[in-house]
Write a protein that binds this ligand. Structure first.
Ligand code: SF4
Length: 94
């Protein structure tokens, strides 16, 4: 995966907001991501890659406009899809 250029990311000047872990702060941070960030999708992809296999409690804050619990769900779904694809491949080639 190519390095993401975060130089124009709107979270940089709002570090205090993105460090908050209360519901109101996280919701406000999500609105920043979804409303103004030019690298939101790449940011989410990088977060999912870096946090693969972690529980929600081990994931920090909002990344890519998505909170820790939802990223953990996305990670599990992605892993499950990979398992299904691998299984389908085995069945086809068996
Ligand atoms: S999507 Fe990522 S880079 Fe963009 S504002 Fe949100 S946390 Fe920052």
């Amino acid at each position: 995966m190519a390095a993401v250029d975060y130089s124009g990311a709107p979270c940089i000047p709002k570090a205090a907001l993105f460090a908050r872990d209360d519901k109101a702060g996280m919701s406000q941070a999500q609105r920043v991501c979804w409303g103004w960030c030019p690298v939101r999708v790449a940011c989410l992809e990088e977060a999912l890659d870096q946090e693969a296999g972690l529980e929600a409690s081990s994931r920090g804050g909002i990344r890519g406009g998505v909170g820790p619990a939802e990223r953990a769900r996305l990670d599990r779904a992605t892993a499950r899809m990979a398992e299904l694809r691998a299984g389908a491949g085995e069945a086809v080639h068996a």
